[in-house]
Each structure stands twice: as C-alpha cells, then as structure tokens.
Design a protein around this ligand. Structure first.
Ligand code: ZN
Length: 225
C-alpha cells in the first residue's frame, strides 16, 4: 500500500499541477472519444498504450474483456454500454484482448478454475469462444493457441455488443463503429481486426492502410464478426 500512498502524493504534488487546466475542464463534464472494453489484467494500462489523457476513454474493465449479451441480469457492463452510447454519444466501441490472458487460459483449461467458482461462472460469456477453439483450432498448442483464443474471444464479444438494441440501432444508422483490438504485452504492439483481411493486423500510422505482412500470428481466417 505504501507504493500507492507515495504515488498519490507524487500525483498531487507534480502531475495534477502540470495538468490543472485539463482537470478544471474535466470537472465540468466528459466527452470521451470511445468506449474501451479491456481486461482487468494489471499489466495493461489503457491510457498508457493509447497515449490518452483522463477524459478521453470511457473504460470497462473485467476479467477477459467480456461483454455479457443483452438481457443478462445484474450486468454492469450493459449499464456502461448504454450510458456511453446514449448519454455520452461515443461513436466507437473497442473490445481489446491481450496476449498471455489468464482468463483465456482458464477457458481453455476449466479444471484450473476448480477453486474459483465465480470466475468460472463469469467466463461462461466466452463459451462460444471455447467452442470455436475446440472445433477449429485443434492443430494449435501452447502460446499460439492462447493467442488465437484471445483473438477469437474479441470477435465473440463484438458479436455480443451487437445484441444491445442501442448499439444495433446506431450501427444501422452508421453512427457507431465497433473495433476489435489485440494488445501484445511483450512488444507493446496493438493489432486491430480487419474484416476484409479476416485477421488482426498491426495498427500503424493513422491514415495508412494496414500492412498485412505484419499480421498477428496464429490467426486463421474466419468470418467477420
Ligand atoms: Zn486478460
């Protein structure tokens, strides 16, 4: 805890004064660029990897970057989706998976969740991912299987997003766009799902078409989400 207390002191003495105008503006309201749904994993810092400031990302974090489908009860994710789309009028929603994800490992190996009944229950939102892996990726093992699972899970969760009436309505109008991302912890690279190439490709400079030679490995083509 001492690390956190010292961090708060550092923030108040050095960081906050240097961004005073930003925080005064944020006190009046928020207008985030996008809703980002990303894993709780401590190795990921969404603002760091996107180089964004407070106020720029509306973030939902949970184990395995899941989106429970519309209609699931006690669904905090649903409230965040509805609020950001209807009230904050975000025009982009990103589901971001990552390499070395413990949730994906748990989905591939349910026996490892024996002492974690709540995690096991939560990961049912990735059941379609598990089936996709079992039926289509039998040739993969180890880290390749884990990476492919995280990618497929992003696509499954994007499909869940489309079950929300507010999302479906805005998608139909062209006012909202869904994106699938993969963050590679070991390189800091972020890949996005390209529906035309049917694979995850490296996000490089804005306004440049993605270079398909830099696609994330272990990503057999599959139908678009
Ligand atoms: Zn994770």
């Amino acid at each position: 805890m001492q690390t956190l207390v010292e961090g708060i002191h550092h923030f108040q003495q050095h960081v906050f004064p240097s961004k005073l105008r930003l925080f005064k503006r944020l006190a009046k309201g928020q207008q985030p660029i996008a809703l980002l749904i990303i894993c709780s994993d401590s190795r990921i810092n969404p603002n760091l990897i996107t180089h964004t400031e407070p106020g720029e990302l509306f973030i939902v974090r949970n184990v395995g970057n899941m989106v429970p489908p519309h209609g699931v009860s006690n669904n905090g994710e649903a409230a965040a989706i509805e609020y950001s789309v209807v009230e904050l009028n975000v025009q982009d929603i990103i589901v971001c998976g990552h390499t070395h994800c413990g949730a994906m490992q748990g989905m591939l190996n349910p026996k490892s969740l024996r002492g974690l009944p709540l995690v096991r229950k939560w990961l049912r939102h990735g059941l379609a991912t598990t089936h996709i892996m079992r039926e289509n990726y039998r040739h993969l093992r180890g880290s390749a299987l884990l990476a492919a699972t995280a990618q497929e899970n992003v696509l499954v969760q994007l499909q869940h997003l489309e079950t929300y009436p507010v999302v479906a309505a805005r998608l139909a109008r062209g006012d909202l766009h869904l994106h699938g991302w993969m963050y590679k912890i070991e390189t800091g690279e972020v890949f996005h799902y390209d529906p035309r190439a049917k694979q995850f490709v490296l996000i490089e400079h804005a306004c440049q078409p993605p270079d398909e030679s830099r696609s994330l490995n272990a990503s057999p083509a599959r139908a678009t989400a």
